[in-house]
Structures are given as C-alpha cells and as structure tokens.
Design a protein around this ligand. Structure first.
Ligand code: 9MR
Length: 376
C-alpha cells in the first residue's frame, strides 16, 4: 500500500506543513496526511500512545512523530508505584515529571496510568500492606501522585487488571490487594482517588476481553458483575479502559459478542477508552506485506466494532512504533517454524503498532485512520 499518492494526502500535506514547524521535520511519508489526532478530534475522540520519555529524549524523529500524531499520552511505566517509590516514603518522579512537562508544553493530555496494579508493587511494600494500617502506604502513594499531577492528569487508571478467572467465584484476582484489604479494595481505592481528585475521571483498566473464547467470555462476565456492584453501591467510577492487546492466534473477533459487551458497559453509565491497543502476530513466516495486512485487518475489525459504540471516547496505542513495542517475538514463536530463517535471518520484531521500526506508517496506521473517518 502506498501512502504517498492520493490527492487528499497531497492536499492535507500542505495544510499540515503550514501549521507547525515541528511537523516539518517529520518524515514526509508520515506528514503526507492529516495526523490521527486531527481525524479523531473531528469525531470528538482522542488519539494517543503510551510513551517512555527516555525514548522521546533519545530520538528527535520519534519525538516529532508523537507530537504530530497524538493528543494524549499514557506513561508506559513512569507513574507506577514500583517505579516511583523505590524505598518507603521516598518518591522519585524524575521520569514522570519529564513526561508531564513534555505533555503540558505541547498541550497534550495525560492519563494517570496506573495506581493499583499487582505487577507494580514495590518490594518493600509487600509485607507492610498486611500490617494493621497497611492502607496508609497506599494512601501515601495516592497523595503523592494526585498532589503532583492533579493539574496535569484528567483521567486516572485507579485499579489495573482486577479480574482473573479460575480462582474465585466473583472472578476477582487474588492479588496482594485483595489478600491484604478484602474484596472492597477496588471501591476503597476509587473513593480514595475521588477525595484527592474531585474533578478527575476515575477508571478501571482491564485486558483479555476481546475474543469469542471461553476464558474471555468469563472475564467479560466478571468485569460486568464488578462494575454493576460498584455502580449499585454508588462508588465513584467514571470509565473503563479496555486494553485491547489483540492477538492473531486467538481466532475471530465477533461483532455481536464485542458490541454487546461494549453496550453493557455503556448502559451502566460508564465511558470507554481503548487504552492499550496493539496486535500480537502469529504467522511470522509470512512475507512482511502479508503480516502487516493481517495486523491492519484485525485492527480494522476491532475498531469498526468499538467505534460503533458512542460511549467510546478515545484510542491509545501501546506505543506508536514497533521499535518500542513491549511485544516480542518469543522463542516459542520462532520454534513453531523449524525450517524458517535457516539463512540466519530472523522474523525481526513483532509488527503490531501503526509505525514500523524506522517510523514509516504501515497498513495498521491506515486502518486506524480509515476506521475513524468512516465514523459518525
Ligand atoms: O509495556 C509496559 C512494559 O514496558 C513494562 O515493563 C511493564 C511493567 O511496568 O508494563 C507494561 O505495560 C503494561 C501496562 O502497564 C498494563 N497492561 C499490560 C501492559 C503490557 O504488559
């Protein structure tokens, strides 16, 4: 697929070039059309990406690309508890400050990702959480985060990934938080956040909810039940982040199943953000063009369903370029093709983000742009 040829692209390239000098340094293949942020905002949506500020600082081209395409950033790591409070009561916000400054200076919005996540509890805290006033250390972290970024962050992932099937009847993850504080730790965290940030949007962020698989069906069911309980109890919850780590090994997406799930969330009065979109590939043996088309097709299928739900407010991809993706081609992926890459070549990186390793847009970029342009 060519990104250089259509009349609309040529026209919008001229417009883009006139609005921002920063944009002039963006590769012309990227600048060749209206940025995603523009297409999204015309539809009352936002587009953004997870970001590590260290990568922005190191790469001028990547910095320009982020500023060009996004109007929202999610800190990929910088705000997480284990990242900021390495020893009790001693906070290091250097990385998050740099990202917040970068966002504010460029008039971008920021997501508060993420406060309570079982995978990001500082080592020193694991025993302390079980002490009599163990909640106090959660409070201290919340207070530090909200007092520092309350002015810059309008939407917080207060609880991340609270659902896990196969262990408890209520589908709640048997996390350190549940063990230390009981099942109402989710509500408690949301109340705590509301007190510290009366005007912010408070969210739960969850993964594994996309496919027509038994386990994902159960995850959807348990998440909806949790949301229902929270709403009935009047707990301050405004929205849901659906991570959308798509996976080409998981079978077909069902418009029926996914559409109904999104509607049930919306019917509870909650808004939805597609919060961590990317695509894990499966058939690394195919020619690159076909791999990219498969990623793009899956993206298009998912977004066409998601954007059919008016409660969806925005889309964040989990990184913008394959250069910075958390998704790896694993040894198991390679082992599935014993006769491939015998010449010493490799499948390279997973190609599940809108821009490739050298920051050239891929068909996935086009799929995102098309999905939003087809909208309301
Ligand atoms: O992509 C993130 C990776 O770089 C970090 O090492 C990891 C631990 O902080 O978190 C990853 O991001 C996760 C996100 O915060 C929550 N959903 C799953 C993401 C991928 O693991």
């Amino acid at each position: 697929m060519s990104y250089r040829t259509t009349r609309r692209q040529v026209l919008s390239s001229a417009i883009v070039a006139s609005v921002s000098s920063a944009r002039l340094t963006v590769d012309c293949a990227q600048a060749a059309e209206e940025p995603l942020s523009g297409a999204f905002s015309r539809n009352n949506l936002y587009f953004g990406s997870a970001v590590r500020i260290e990568e922005v600082v190191r790469n001028q081209d990547f910095r320009n690309l982020l500023l060009h395409e996004c109007d929202y950033f999610t800190p990929e790591v910088a705000l997480k508890w284990a990242a900021v409070e390495r020893s009790p009561g001693s906070f290091n916000f250097t990385s998050m400050d740099a990202l917040a400054n970068f966002a504010l200076a460029n008039r971008k919005r920021l997501c508060g990702h993420t406060l309570l996540w079982h995978k990001s509890v500082p080592h020193w805290a694991t025993a302390l959480l079980f002490e009599k006033d163990g909640w106090r250390i959660v409070q201290r972290y919340f207070e530090a985060a909200f007092s520092r970024y309350g002015h810059a962050i309008d939407r917080w992932d207060v609880v991340n990934e609270p659902i896990e099937t196969g262990y408890r009847m209520d589908g709640l993850r048997n996390s350190i938080f549940l063990q230390a504080f009981g099942t109402d730790y989710v509500a408690r965290a949301l109340w705590e956040a509301r007190q510290l940030a009366p005007g912010a949007k408070l969210m739960i962020n969850e993964f594994g909810l996309e496919y027509d698989l038994r386990v994902e069906h159960d995850r959807r069911y348990h998440l909806l039940k949790l949301l229902e309980r929270l709403r009935q109890a009047g707990v301050p919850l405004d929205g849901i982040g659906l991570q959308a780590h798509l996976d080409l090994s998981k079978g077909a997406l069902s418009a029926d199943v996914l559409g109904r799930f999104l509607k049930e969330i919306a019917d509870l009065g909650l808004f939805i953000v597609i919060s961590e979109l990317d695509v894990k590939e499966h058939e690394y043996i195919l020619p690159v063009e076909q791999r990219d088309n498969r990623v793009a097709d899956e993206t298009r299928r998912y977004l066409d369903i998601a954007f059919g739900q008016p409660a969806v407010r925005g889309l964040i991809t989990w990184g913008l370029s394959d250069r910075h993706s958390w998704l790896q081609v694993t040894q198991e992926d390679v082992a599935r093709y014993p006769n491939a890459w015998k010449d010493g070549s490799t499948p390279g990186v997973n190609r599940g983000l809108p821009f490739d390793y050298s920051l050239k847009p891929k068909p996935m970029y086009r799929a995102i742009a098309d999905s939003v342009r087809r909208l309301r």
